[in-house]
Ligand binder design. Sequence first.
Ligand SMILES: Cc1cc2nc3c(=O)[nH]c(=O)nc-3n(C[C@H](O)[C@H](O)[C@H](O)COP(=O)(O)OP(=O)(O)OC[C@H]3O[C@@H](n4cnc5c(N)ncnc54)[C@H](O)[C@@H]3O)c2cc1C
Length: 325
Amino acid sequence: MPVLVYTENAGGKFKKSIFEVVSYAKAIADAQSTTLTAISIGDVSADDLALLGKYGADKVLNVSADKLKNFVNQAYASVIAEAAKSEGADIVVLSNSFSGRGLAPRVGAKLDAGVADGAVSLPELSGGKFSIKKTAFSGKAFAVVELTSAKKVIALTPNSYQVVDKGTSAKVEDFSVDVKESDFKAMLKEIVRSTDKISLPDADIVVSGGRGLKGPENWGMVEELANLLGAATACSKPVSDAGWRPHSEHVGQTGIAVSPNLYIAIGISGAIQHLAGISRSKVIVVINKDPEAPFFKVADYGIVGDAFEVVPKLIEAVKAYKATA
Ligand SMILES: Cc1cc2nc3c(=O)[nH]c(=O)nc-3n(C[C@H](O)[C@H](O)[C@H](O)COP(=O)(O)OP(=O)(O)OC[C@H]3O[C@@H](n4cnc5c(N)ncnc54)[C@H](O)[C@@H]3O)c2cc1C
């Protein structure tokens, strides 16, 4: 019984989170002494499909029907469920991305499978039990869930598992499914990006500003630091509520959840609602003039100081480092 992994693409390309999910699914397949089949839906080049082999897929099913070019939740769920049936896969793994969060319960319903969304670690297999640690309460806590059903769907939180280059290769096969018309009730027509900047949920580095920056006119240094680091910019809720920054940058419980390798928080107090959106960051750097700011409790590195003095110095240090690197 192979493990099946759904590998979503963005404009025909796989993001790093997809290589993470393939590596994660491979580790599950290894633990079950079985193989890993990947399924890709949409227009992806043969070279990109072959890349999935590098991270552990033994076989890639390529679904490239015209009707399925754009993401359609119901239809994609049907295709993934049919692929799982045809492969005899008991475990389906996907990314806990925007589309993955919609697909996981649908695929679960179609396969009569238990679903663990927001998984952050490999399943624990002991005494015949299959348990997984996952995020709960908008990222404010973790829960361990046991999947007792024969079939299982797992949606992996981005940045919770490292990409493992296996150096192997996969054979690519075409796969077609007769998808019912009723699966196309809501069609995605077009994606209009609000900005050309690095997408916040996928960013490796995020530079974020809060009310401590006093006003929108002071965001120049945040943007300069972000540009130097190849980072996305973000902000706290009051900042976007005040119109200093666009709502698309608002991070937290009621905004976007990010999971970068590095999150730099400048002039943000660290309220629990903000932390809910950033708790999956690997390294957190906090710059705040108040040593009692709650953000310091979760920081890996903290700088107690005035942002208007610290950030320009940081910019100069990064410039100096880049000049010698
Ligand atoms: C239901 C609900 C949902 C919410 N959802 C979210 C959410 O999704 N995201 C979110 O962010 N918030 C959310 N909030 C709001 C949250 O509770 C906080 O009010 C908010 O996060 C505070 O934003 P802030 O840290 O930018 O501002 P403040 O709390 O005003 O903190 C500003 C910080 O800047 C520091 N500072 C001031 N001047 C300087 C300086 N010169 N240099 C360095 N540091 C300085 C201060 O010491 C302070 O710590 C929510 C609230 C509720 C009730």
